[in-house]
Write a protein that binds this ligand. Structure first.
Ligand code: SAH
Length: 302
């Protein structure tokens, strides 16, 4: 999974209608604006520290960063922008959307400073392992095809996700700040196979076309919450994306945008529905926040 995704992301921009999948910030500017508003609110309540930095993990085309930073800059935030991205193709797109950013290969290279961090659909792309009866399930070659070596009840885990969450937790504990994670997944650890492949906006066979389709799995928010808490961060409850965006006022934001531009009213209503509707992204996608011991709790998690 790690090798396939490294190749996959390094060789293309997978986002949008002509790509393989579409993410929330690509649906509407409102998504990034509300993330920015949530971060700006915490930053102000923390006393508007000048040394705080904006950090994003896996920023895709940079759309979320651009929308969030517009709101943060408007609130007076003047800090540096640090993007963790391994794909040269996507770094190029991010450079156009977010001039003046600094790129890093890994979280370990982020400077020590209070963080305003966001990761949307980042954790789902990190590799998982699957165990059956306590033995790791492996991919083998059989009749010149890839196959799984065993079947049975699957328990998924992701040491890579937990390591990322722990690294962020440690930064928040040492330097302060907040982090917001948005991804599809579940708020409790539970058995089951959630590995999936997506190509051209359709589900595909996970073992077909290695490196040519998006491989992800559902994020176990309980596991990343535990890893971050063990590292010293304070952890919010996990809420649905629909709940969180509604709490942050996506309805009011859509009404304000439609008021300024009535011809966009229908498109804005459709975007709100796609982002918050139960059968759309509203229920499957979850949001969780972390904050440092001396930082305020982000809003929207009650
Ligand atoms: N956050 C964006 C893009 C999501 S796609 C959006 O919401 O539109 C996943 C992103 O994570 C891509 O930018 C991909 O290149 C990046 N990525 C995947 N694996 C990574 C890794 N191990 N380290 C850093 N970035 C990674």
């Amino acid at each position: 999974m790690e090798a396939c995704n490294a190749y996959y992301y390094a060789t293309r921009d997978p986002l949008g209608r002509d790509g393989d999948f579409t993410t929330a910030p690509e649906i509407s500017q409102m998504f990034g604006e509300l993330v920015g508003a949530c971060l700006a609110d915490c930053w102000k309540r923390a006393g508007a520290p000048g040394e705080a930095i904006y950090v994003e993990l896996g920023p895709g085309r940079g759309t979320l960063a651009a929308d969030a930073l517009r709101v943060l800059r408007g609130a007076g935030f003047d800090g540096a922008v640090h993007l963790v991205e391994t794909s040269p193709v996507l770094r190029q797109a991010q450079a156009e959307a977010v001039p003046g950013a600094t790129w890093h290969e890994s979280l370990a290279d982020i400077p020590a400073a209070p963080l305003l961090l966001v990761a949307n659909e980042f954790f789902d792309a990190l590799p998982i392992r699957q165990d059956i009866d306590g033995i790791e399930r492996c991919v083998i070659e059989s009749d010149n095809q890839l196959a799984f070596d065993r079947d049975g009840e699957i328990l998924e885990s992701s040491p890579a996700r937990e390591a990322s969450a722990a690294a962020i937790g440690t930064c928040l504990d040492h330097c302060g700040g907040v982090a917001i994670f948005i991804d599809y997944g579940h708020d409790r650890t539970s058995p089951g196979d959630t590995l999936q492949a997506v190509r051209g906006h359709e589900y595909a066979d996970v073992l077909a076309n290695p490196g040519e389709q998006d491989l992800t799995s559902h994020v176990d928010f309980e596991a990343i919450a535990d890893a971050a808490a063990d590292a010293g961060a304070l952890v919010s409850t996990t809420v649905t994306q629909g709940h969180w965006l509604n709490q942050l006022g996506i309805g009011a934001r859509a009404a304000a945008l439609a008021g300024k531009n009535p011809s966009r009213a229908e498109e804005l209503a459709a975007a709100v529905h796609r982002l918050t509707g139960r059968e759309e992204m509203g229920e499957l996608f979850k949001v969780m926040a972390l904050h440092g011991p001396n930082w305020p709790q982000p809003v929207g998690f009650k």
